[in-house]
Design a protein around this ligand. Structure first.
Ligand SMILES: [Zn+2]
Ligand SMILES: [Zn+2]
Length: 248
């Protein structure tokens, strides 16, 4: 595969976008937006009651804000806000961003996350945004971190600072989706560290962690555990898509 540095790829995408007509990422209808009105209405206007902590769909008529798993075995993060399920056809949008290098989609995800955050009445706004970091080799291979690309415009939309270098991976980890539940726990255990320049910003603060997809939530749990060890008062996840439980 032809490797291009991020800046060259962004320039190339910009040139291609100015030559080629824009089409909807889901139905390919030619029009001005990345996602047409019909697909927005069809795939993003459904109402789902979700657990406030892990964002999994709750059964109809549930009387608690948290699901049974979060009540019995609470994760280290306090809230999760998502835009949609990681299921067809919305999952295509994530794949096109990550593997088709359509960085403009990160801006669309940020706009949709902004709307979900501002609509959510159960959580206050955080003081700082962080992005789930990629390992060095995956970052080199892909040329960009999709979580960073979503967090940057989201920071502007919400008027909340984004610390691009706040979180680091201490080692390379395997792709969580390829592992069994037990192996996932071991895979990310102690895999993240906070940049020491951010210590004072995290202590006592409400931090939001941005990512594209939340599968089991183990990576976000591990990051929240680490942030709370450094004194974070509260951790919220801002994630575009949440994998429904029967998919993992
Ligand atoms: Zn469409
Ligand atoms: Zn839950």
């Amino acid at each position: 595969m032809l490797y291009l540095p991020t800046i060259a790829r962004k320039t190339l995408n910009g040139v291609l976008n100015s030559i080629l007509p824009c089409s909807c990422v889901l139905c390919y209808t030619q029009q001005a937006q990345l996602l047409c009105r019909h697909c927005t209405d069809t795939y993003f206007s459904y109402k789902v009651v979700r657990c406030v902590q892990c964002a999994l769909p709750m059964p109809q008529g549930a009387e608690t804000l948290r699901c049974g798993d979060c009540l019995q075995n609470p994760p280290a993060f306090d809230h999760s806000i998502v835009v949609c399920d990681y299921a067809a056809p919305q999952d295509q949008m994530v794949l096109v961003l990550k593997f088709g290098h359509q960085l403009a989609l990160a801006g669309l995800f940020a706009e949709m996350l902004r709307d979900a955050v501002l609509k959510n009445a159960s959580d206050s706004l955080p003081q700082l945004l962080c992005a789930v970091p990629l390992g060095q080799s995956r970052l080199r291979e892909r040329g960009f971190n999709q979580a960073t690309e979503i967090a940057r415009p989201l920071s502007r939309h919400l008027g909340i600072p984004f610390e691009v270098q706040a979180l680091h991976r201490t080692r390379e980890t395997s792709q969580q989706s390829s592992l069994t539940p037990d192996a996932r726990v071991k895979n990310v255990k102690n895999a993240f560290i906070l940049n020491e320049t951010c210590l004072y910003k995290v202590k006592g603060a409400h931090i939001a962690i941005v990512d594209d997809v939340m599968t089991t939530g183990m990576t976000l749990h591990e990051i929240a555990t680490m942030l709370k060890r450094f004194g974070a008062a509260k951790v919220t996840n801002y994630v575009f898509a949440r994998t429904p439980p029967h998919f993992y």
